[in-house]
Design a protein around this ligand. Sequence first.
Ligand SMILES: Cc1cc2nc3c(=O)[nH]c(=O)nc-3n(C[C@H](O)[C@H](O)[C@H](O)COP(=O)(O)OP(=O)(O)OC[C@H]3O[C@@H](n4cnc5c(N)ncnc54)[C@H](O)[C@@H]3O)c2cc1C
Ligand code: FES
Length: 296
Amino acid sequence: MPDIYLCEVAENNKIAEGMFAVSVVSEDLALCARAGQFLHVKCGGERILRRPFGICNVRGGVLDFVFEVKGGGTNWLSGVKPGQTLDILGPLGNGFSFPEGRIIVVGGGLGSPPMLFAARSAKGGGVAILGFRESGRVILTKEFASVCEEVYLTTDDGSAGICGQVTGPLRELLDRGGFDAVLACGQLVMQRAVAELCSRYGVPCQVSLEERMGCGVGACLVCACATVAREGARSGKGSAHFDTSSANSDSGSAHFDTGSAYAATGNARSDAGSGAVQMSRVCLDGPVFDAREVVW
Ligand SMILES: Cc1cc2nc3c(=O)[nH]c(=O)nc-3n(C[C@H](O)[C@H](O)[C@H](O)COP(=O)(O)OP(=O)(O)OC[C@H]3O[C@@H](n4cnc5c(N)ncnc54)[C@H](O)[C@@H]3O)c2cc1C
Ligand code: FES
């Protein structure tokens, strides 16, 4: 159950320039954490809003998360020391669903850490594709190698692994066949390209969205994003949705239209059907969504 846990910091290690891996101890939090869920971490006494981080790994009663220093909160977090206590609300959100068979996990940049937990949770084994801008930003390849059948590394500039994007090896693997799902986390543009490719090959795809967050528990609507209601899809079942018209009048600006949203992408255009566009909360209905639900 999501709750507030006061967790002792076991380790805080710099793993690349500006990137840190923090390990915290909490048997109870570790027991209920699922791959794809996130932790909402209080970053110093003066910051009211917590900061969200995907769960990278669970090892016994220890949870790891990895972050890049972006602003005040993550800068504060980079300085926490072993023995210090972190105030963590979690585990939050819906995690990935795992089919019985083999999966491909795709991580782009800071979207890679949560995919390690996903790879470890695969029921029938899996292959990882990790994409980074350049070699200095490559992280966690050894950890992925220890849990995956194969690991493909790509960098935009070719300074490590394959030169290019994650969609190169993904296409090869999908051609090869034998995978029951693709799970992805990273920049939106990357996830969209992954979703398009999976749609073409008819392989189910789940993506993990990222929006700026306030409360993290569905109350403030800061993290609202447009999704398409789909019969049987998880986020369509609950009461966590609010309709587009009220969302639009609250924000005073956004207008969503299913046709144009799907015209922007080849993905799922054919199976979007007549699903109505609605607003979903990334913190509560996601962060993991069936790729066919996402309005890219
Ligand atoms: C579900 C979820 C999981 C996440 N997991 C991770 C993770 O595993 N590792 C990691 O490094 N980061 C992750 N993030 C992003 C992370 O939460 C932000 O980088 C962090 O909150 C920035 O806090 P700050 O106080 O340092 O920066 P701020 O001062 O709040 O902002 C500094 C900069 O970071 C940008 N920023 C702030 N929040 C976000 C956000 N949610 N998404 C994108 N950019 C943002 C701002 O636009 C600004 O440019 C995740 C975000 C979400 C929503
Ligand atoms: S962050 Fe408040 S509703 Fe999602």
